[in-house]
Design a protein around this ligand. Sequence first.
Ligand code: ZN
Length: 390
Amino acid sequence: MVIFQNLLSHRICVRCAGRVYARVGSDLDNSTRGLIIEFLISVLDKPGFRFESEDNCEICGGIFRNLDRYFNMASDLTQDYEYDTFLVGSTFDDKTVALESSVQKGAEAHSESIKKEFNRELGKLISSRTGKEFEKNDPDIALQFNLKYDSLKLQIKSLYIYGVYRKFRRDTPQTRWIHKEYNQSKSLEELIGEPLIIFSNATDFRLHGAGREDVDVRMLGNGREFVIEGMNPKVRKIDLEEYKQEVNRNSDILEILNLEFTDKKAVKSLKESSYTKTYLARISSIETIDAVKLHTSLDKFTGKVIYQRTPLRVSGRRSDLVRARTVEEVRVLEINGKQASLEIRAQAGTYIKELVNGDEGRTSPSISEIYGAPLKVEELDVIKIHRGEK
Ligand SMILES: [Zn+2]
């Protein structure tokens, strides 16, 4: 009788033999399983049979006796990083993988891979020595060992901080210019992200906004939601109050508030959010504004659905479509000669400048069209984002 034939086809150790039946007998470790197999083979088949020593094993080559070494590699590379949770991953060379699958052939349903055992055993060791928690989903640090090249790479989870910003200037873009010219003013992204680099020692940053306003539009009122992402942070538990104060030193440009730590999922929900907004628009006409006519015209926009073809000014960046948008209300706040101030409440994604000027017929009906003379937005502010309302 030949039993455990595949296990005899190569020189392997008790641990690698035991791993072939890793899913059998839950109170056993792989070395114990291997010893039982060794016992059975020697009793039933080959008297005096012994598996190889781990160091001479064709599959593992004794790596499990060297976990200390891998622990030290991890320890050296992670020493500058603050983290609570980690994950161990590994890649083995093709030869080891092929050898293992030939030994496990036919018993795959009972087996586990060397990679899985390595990740688990090293994970246990790191956890017991550092007190850090092994975390499968979304760990602070993922340790990626490559056994073929005897190397280790770290994957550091970004730091995500949620907040709300208010923007007080008409020359500040939300995100960095792709080709920054030397006299262009800093973006909100830089003004919020650069201090994050100082606080967290991150390598880079990215601002994720819940939508965006034009460069020349101020964002006032309750502010716009954002998440600032710091890549490869060394410090995760930054003092949000101090960080906020540092950003808000540029209080003539912006203010950030309501900061809290968040995660990657928040970026997605932020991007998918869309809220009605209220704007303050200062408009102008060539002629003195006819108050009665303006009031009558604006009354027609209450609850009005308008159609907006992608404005010329953004046509290079957005696909050319006609979008239906609902204008909820337009109120006159003040009329002064050729100028007026309007409060406009409209559905998310409404192009307000085009709602006023008509964009050469691309937005219809427009306020200019109904009023009967060209009107133009001189200044625009977002004064409320209706979060939590429909
Ligand atoms: Zn082995």
